[in-house]
Design a binder for this molecule. Sequence first.
Ligand code: SF4
Length: 718
Amino acid sequence: MSEHKETRSTCCYCGVGCGVLISSDGEQITGVRGDPEHPANFGRLCSKGSQLHLTSTPLVQAQRRLQQPMLRHQRTDALTATDWDTSIAYVAQRIHRCVQEHGPDSIGFYVSGQLLTEDYFLFNKLARGLIGTNQIDSNSRLCMSSAVAGYKQSLGSDAPPCNYEDLDHADLVLIIGANPAYAHPVLYRRLEAARAKRPQMKLVVVDPRRTDSAQDADLHLAIKPGTDVALLNGLLHICFWEGWIQADWIAAHTSGFDALRDSVRHCTPEQTAAICGVSADDIYQLARWFAQSPASLSLYCQGLNQSSAGTAKNSALINLHLVTAQIGRAGAGPFSLTGQPNAMGGRETGSMANLLCGHRNLNSAEDRAEVTEFWGIPELPAQAGTTAVDMFEAARSGKIRILWIVCTNPAHSLPSQAQVRAALEAAELVIVQEAFRDTATCAYADVLLPAASWGEKEGTVTNSERRISRVRAAIAPAGMAKPDWWIASRIGQAIQAQMQEKQALRLDYPSSQEIWNEHRALTRGRDLDITGLSYALLEQEPQQWPCPEGQTTGKARLYTDFQFAHADGKARLICTPYQPAIDKINARTPFILSGGRLRDHWHGMSRTGVNPAAFAHQPEPLLEMHPQDMAARFLKDGDMVSLRNARGQQIWRIRANPALRSGMLWLPMHWGEEYVWGCSGDIRNLGANTLASPALDPQSFQPELKFASVQLQKQEFP
Ligand code: SF4
């Protein structure tokens, strides 16, 4: 019998980034508990985190894990098991040949916020440094890119200024476009505890649904979906009209005031109330509380980000913080929550088509030169790559010929599923690097590369408050699985062997620690300078960035001196005119389809789907509709309905939910085609976002996943 041990690591689900202690017997993970010393959770775990060990039981490892490389030379063939040498040589040879024949931009890398920072870093080096393409983008494009663009254009840097402790100091917490009671549960417990200690704290929730978070609120504004910018501009109008602004502070620390004030002159409470479908009194109340509270904190997530106006929504909210000087103090600031465990790490390593490592910008010649010199290569490509949705469109049209998909499931999660699947079929070679072997995307793979999973790999992740934590291996990877960085390193070296001009580029690393050291060296002098954060220091205590060399503690809050990251030190007030969602509601498609997370499931359920307890809360996918809308269509709970728009058709079982606005439908994001219960016949549901709009925010290129117009009909089965 091997010895029992506990390994300190981090939960692999949401962006709260809770510390965990993994129990193992040396061969198997036997339990998990919250790390009482981790500053993100102080020992607490939610229903997902506390059951993490159930996702790597021997049965799951045997039945669901991808344990060895699989390969097929023809699409018509079945995948057959192979070894690492064969699969590495095959992938390297196909990529090299494709680059020679069609150029570097014929290769597309679609990576994931589930990756560790070291994995991200190496895939960037492989794509940009070795192959010479910026065709690398992350599934974080679907969740965080509007927050990135909003922070950058308003404050000058992609840096959330707040931290979790701010919940203990806030007098008003505004939750807008987020449901942390389900999506960030441990953070929400912290908010509940803070309210219990300080009953004067106000909680306001802006959400079209009366979510669990909204039910606890002092004020809930159930705005019409997609009208957030109108509401935020209306709040600004009231602040200007009532004089609830900090004029001296605005003059000293911001630019663009006159234009912003002029742009919201027409946004009266009455007009705002009409657009948003809530009362003018409630809007007034929120404006008063926000401006007059000693410290106002806003928490926001996908409800703002997943929109064709996502960047505008982010900047409109930051405008409100700036004109009321609710920033740079304990308990005050715009705090964007990250969905995935390491969406922040992706931003830090530049794992999006328009970014570069160390918070550099691809369109800056100076930034490119710094990275080029550091890596010892002749040049980096300057042309931005295609972003997530467009990457698959490029594969469908033949511009991208090889797709390498790492730790994500686009055949479930991207909008316009029919086109995504057509892209996967059109690509000459689809490489899927995964821990689980039965995702919808795995079915399209020509090469399956087994990746190490949670509890099996070493590295770091950054949570929503810029806090970097170590992720550590408690057991060896299942079967022949390898860390994601190892796979990138080995295939990169095999490609490099055929490219004489790139011999100086280092791709050979003995450990994740050496990759981390290179990553942090590349942040020297940048806003996220982490040159002081060695693995040894992080193992003592997770730290927030920045933390330059010579320091041992990161920075808890940003902009406390009101020096913002734009060249003039001022924050920018951005005019954000309200634009309705791209899809239109009309007689043919009269309903707005939105969606989101359930409490106990995660993404496409490749992990939570193996845990029967995770289905206790809601065992099957149910489309929710307001009871009056159901009665008007003679629908009752349990009926099957068909949803349809130009992008496709789906069939779901329906149930009444009075927490929704009339005219709205809501669907959990977790179920894909393999999980449709109770329906038979010819129609097969594809991924959850089949009907979602592919409309993109023009700055962040984030798709509009929260607003699709659909038609609904009762589905009769023989
Ligand atoms: Fe994991 Fe998030 Fe739950 Fe914490 S709140 S245990 S990080 S899922």
